[in-house]
Ligand binder design. Sequence first.
Ligand code: ATP
Length: 342
Amino acid sequence: MPSPSSHAPEIDRSQPAVVVEDLHRSFGALKAVDGVSFTIDHGRVVGFVGANGAGKTTTMRIMATLDSPGAGRVCMGGHNVVHHPAKVRRLLGWMPDAFGTYEHMSVLEYMDFYARALGFKGDERLRRIQEVMDFTDLTPLADRMSNKMSKGQTQRLCLGRALLHDPQILILDEPAAGLDPKARVELKNLIRILAQEGKTILISSHILSELGEMCDSLLFIDNGRIVHHGDAQSMLRGTETAGETLVNVQIAGNPAKLLEWALTAPLVKVEDETKRGARLRIQAADDDTLAGVLRRMIQDGLPVLDFHREERRLEDAFIDMLGQIDRGRRSEPPPLPGQNDE
Ligand code: ATP
């Protein structure tokens, strides 16, 4: 019977937990991953963000040894995914965006099947299954048919399966997709505990606000290229329009009064109308000027109920960043004749 240590992954801690270097992968003429590079240190939680088709799943599948790089180098826990896929698999937990369950197999049987496949035997197997089922709150569902569960329960089963061999690195592809708010909070709590245990986690999602809360840093991919790697705050700062502030203003009575006032007020433009006022773009970022705008509103007789600086949302910052990249691409001079010839 293998001892628990025989399942323990071997990790080279002298290197980052994840190294992806100039990774390329094409499908025919389509460059799905086009020179992606990043590293993730041990114990960090990194969000992987990008529009549909940006290249997230392709990158993650290569990291999980399920696909091969066209070019470039990927090392997980110090092991190259091409040269040592078996070692990588032992230290990696992979949760795909879509996964199958089996008919006529209960949750317990499902976990048992995978624990046996991983080489767990006897008491150790039973103990490990119980630990993981308790952690993912699957124990009350032990006899439930695995294909007759809600989306949230199914995601917990998928996570449980990925955790059986106690992997040090987790790759979670859209684990929160399709979950209701309660199931999302439950999943987020599980991920938080795994992070506290020191696991390295790469998690893709479209729900940026949640990733911002959960992750140490965010990795943004667009058209197969990494366009930003940093924490949520640097992302928000990086796309701010210098010297401008968005302010949400509500007034008592007819909001048209505010819109009329904004037409002639210096430094102020209406960004959009709201039910009780407007979002105003003010050509200033310093406190004194903003306070001056509020003072003037009141002096001009506007019945201001609320005046607050808007926190930028990650979604807006992401869309602005893509816009900046797109404008940059369009302003690049066209290649000279023969410049792109091989
Ligand atoms: P989503 O958020 O929609 O899951 P994604 O960022 O994960 O998107 P990928 O699944 O990596 O994107 O796909 C990147 C591009 O590669 C897409 O244009 C996709 O159509 C294409 N692609 C992915 N896998 C294959 C394949 N096996 N054969 C052909 N094209 C593929």
